[in-house]
Design a protein around this ligand. Structure first.
Ligand code: 5GP
Length: 206
């Protein structure tokens, strides 16, 4: 049986989707104070997005990296459970020293693709939890801390987890494009970038 065809995406396509989405984000939530890229796929979109989220002469928006790994394991009743492990997280101490506390900030979380939504669910709830704990210890309120999420692609499929809007405090979820449930081949994973780009152009994703 032939392998299902992948959905090839060029660098240009990612760039254009980030540009278009940055305009919408500026309209809907304003300029973020901090971008958090989920590694590794969220790093390049986070950096591209930053270009379009600031106006000439303004300071660059800081980007922080976090890393999460998913492990699928068989649960007690033969159900598949997903365990997520933080492989890299925010250094709150360094952030507070060099930037500020994240309480009251406009925070944008970026990843390349929303597949089952497990990663985004986890990233939002864990960031919320950590910042809420900090806020409580200082007698402050987390409710003016806005969390938004941007993904380059959202796969149209049943999701395994939800994004809890009550944690977003007025932030938004935005995808550059909603796409069919196929494996997306990103340019930064390509061995032969010329061949990859040719396929993306043939599929109209350039
Ligand atoms: P989740 O299922 O938690 O939404 O996605 C987990 C991670 O799996 C994503 O951050 C991404 O790194 C990877 N992933 C899921 N679907 C795709 C895909 O179609 N293409 C690529 N390259 N990675 C994917």
């Amino acid at each position: 049986m032939p392998l299902p065809e992948k959905y090839y995406v060029s660098y240009n396509c990612v760039h254009k989707l980030c540009k278009k989405s940055a305009e919408e984000l500026l309209e809907r939530i304003g300029k973020p104070d901090l971008i958090i890229g989920i590694g590794g796929g969220g790093f390049i979109p986070a950096r591209i997005l930053r270009t379009f989220l600031k106006h000439d002469g303004e300071k660059n928006i800081p980007i922080q990296a976090i890393g999460l790994s998913l492990y699928e394991d068989m649960g007690n009743q033969d159900t598949i459970g997903t365990e997520i492990v933080r492989t890299q997280w925010l250094d709150f101490g360094a952030l507070e020293k060099n930037f500020d506390s994240l309480i009251g900030k406009n925070i944008l979380i970026v990843d390349e693709v929303d597949d089952t939504r497990t990663t985004l669910h986890y990233a939002l709830s864990e960031l919320y939890k950590d910042i809420n704990e900090k806020a409580k210890s200082l007698g402050r309120d987390i409710h003016d801390t806005k969390f938004s999420i941007f993904v380059v692609h959202n796969k149209m499929k049943a999701k395994r987890a939800d994004i809890d809007e009550s944690m977003m405090n007025g932030g938004v979820y935005l995808s550059g494009e909603d796409v069919p449930d196929k494996w997306i081949a990103y340019p930064w994973e390509a061995n032969d970038i010329d061949d990859h780009t040719r396929r993306a152009v043939e599929q109209g994703h350039d």
